[in-house]
Write a protein that binds this ligand. Structure first.
Ligand code: LLP
Length: 426
């Protein structure tokens, strides 16, 4: 499938939404677009790539919008949640409890009690959390699946802050150092029925992910050998998310079909073809399905430098501002009617957000045609891990989110008002 939403279709959507009144350029200084057809195609490709019995979930942190969660549910996904808030979002979107996977390294007793009482799948992050679950289970009857998150310790990817499988990680039980203990816990608790891992996000090459998965299969094999005499075995292997996507036309993301094929070969190699897989993709499902449009409020042209002041800054694009070498997006320029501005002569710009700190620059040294007040910048491939990381700093209002499906547009979320800001800080 095409990895990117073409600029022509972006410009056309912008123009159509102005004409049908969904966008008011005076008030909608930033708009987020999300394309359900793109998501649909991604989910189809995902399902086709993995064994049929695989349970696929969407990592809610990547895109917590209830309407998008509802769509994901309708398309057959479950939900991976990392907090009590995300858990309730998933329930609100209609996911059945068994389709909700509760990850988080800081689950409280009250949260675990709720999850057990409601048969929600729990992945414990530590042996200490398993001890806590064991105590709670003495009095709470529950059909929750319970997995243990391991750290396969296969090394870090290109982005340290999103790599979780180094020798040390704040997540999971290190598999090299605690192998015997892990096996002992499976022996001791017949309700412990799966292994979970998440190796990292973006920056982790497919080979690193596969290396981690192989480590997981090896320990599953060992656990199964130990449990054989009791006629028990590991029932599921949750491989997390982490497949990188492409943010740039000249980069080729790993092919999910090949990833699925390689995983199937590993299952075969370890004679574990009947093991149920679970996935928790976020970036793969959402990043390329959305984009941000933000209005040029000022075009500051000076002899030595040019800066565009726009309305999307570190509040929406935190990583991009704080770690620009590793996180940056392609940028295009539209005029006020949505026509793509093209020119042979380009100008170099710093694209600055509206917040009060010097690093609020969402893109640096960007070469685009000369921009003027009222143009809109397109920040491509921002459907995941952007608005989900929204910051309230400087009390800017959260922008309107517009959805598109089968050439039909609808509001996914209304723009915030000053009343919402006052309510938040009251
Ligand atoms: N499962 C678990 C347990 C996770 O922690 C994550 C992401 C996922 C699944 C989904 O991973 P994905 O398929 O999206 O790579 N922009 C953020 C990304 C942090 C990702 C956190 N975990 C950041 O820069 O902090």
């Amino acid at each position: 499938m095409n990895h990117f939403i073409p600029i022509k279709s972006i410009g056309q959507s912008f123009n159509e939404c102005i004409h049908c009144g969904l966008i008011d350029p005076e008030k909608d200084t930033t708009i987020i677009f999300y394309d359900n057809d793109f998501l649909k195609a991604k989910i189809k490709e995902l399902k086709e790539s993995f064994p049929n019995s695989t349970i696929h979930t969407s990592a809610v942190k990547a895109n917590p919008l209830i309407k998008i969660l509802e769509k994901s549910k309708a398309l057959g996904l479950g939900a991976e949640v990392a907090s009590e808030g995300e858990l309730f979002l998933a329930q609100k979107a209609g996911f059945r409890n068994e389709k909700i996977i509760f990850d988080s390294p800081a689950k409280t007793k009250a949260e675990l009690t709720y999850a057990l009482q409601n048969d929600i799948h729990i992945n414990a992050d530590s042996l200490m959390e398993l001890d806590r679950i064991a105590r709670l289970k003495q009095t709470i009857p529950s059909a929750s699946l319970v997995g243990l998150r391991i750290n396969p310790q296969v090394g870090t990817g290109k982005i340290a802050s999103t790599s979780l499988a180094g020798k040390y990680s704040k997540f999971g039980v290190p598999v090299k150092d605690y192998r015997d203990k892990i096996i002992k816990y499976f022996k001791a608790h017949d309700w412990l029925n799966g292994i979970h891992m998440h190796i990292g996000s973006q920056g982790c090459e497919m080979q690193l992910l596969l290396k981690g998965i192989e480590k997981g299969l090896q320990i599953i094999k060992e656990i199964n050998n130990t449990l054989k005499s009791e006629n028990r075995k590991v029932e599921f292997f949750d491989i997390g998310g982490g497949l990188p996507v492409s943010y740039h036309h000249n980069q080729h993301p790993p092919d999910i079909k090949i990833y699925g094929q390689e995983i199937k070969s590993l299952l075969k190699k370890y004679n574990l073809e009947n093991l149920r897989l679970i996935t928790e993709f976020g970036r793969y499902l959402h990043v390329n399905s959305g984009y941000i449009l933000t209005k040029v409020e000022y075009a500051k042209h000076y002899p030595n430098d040019n800066t565009l002041i726009v309305h999307a800054g570190a509040d929406l694009l935190l990583r991009e501002c704080l770690n620009p070498g590793q996180w940056y997006h392609e940028i295009s320029l539209l005029n006020k009617d949505g026509n793509h501005k093209k020119s042979k002569t380009l100008k170099e710009y710093q694209i600055a957000g509206p917040l009060c700190f010097a690093n609020d620059i969402v893109a640096r040294d960007v070469k685009i045609p000369e921009a003027c007040e009222g143009d809109y910048l397109v920040i491509h491939d921002t459907g995941g891990y952007t608005f989900g990381m929204w910051s309230k700093y400087v009390s800017r209002m959260f922008p309107k989110i517009i959805g598109k499906e089968s050439n039909h547009y609808f509001v996914i979320k209304e723009r915030e008002t000053v009343k919402d800001i006052v309510r938040f800080w009251s």
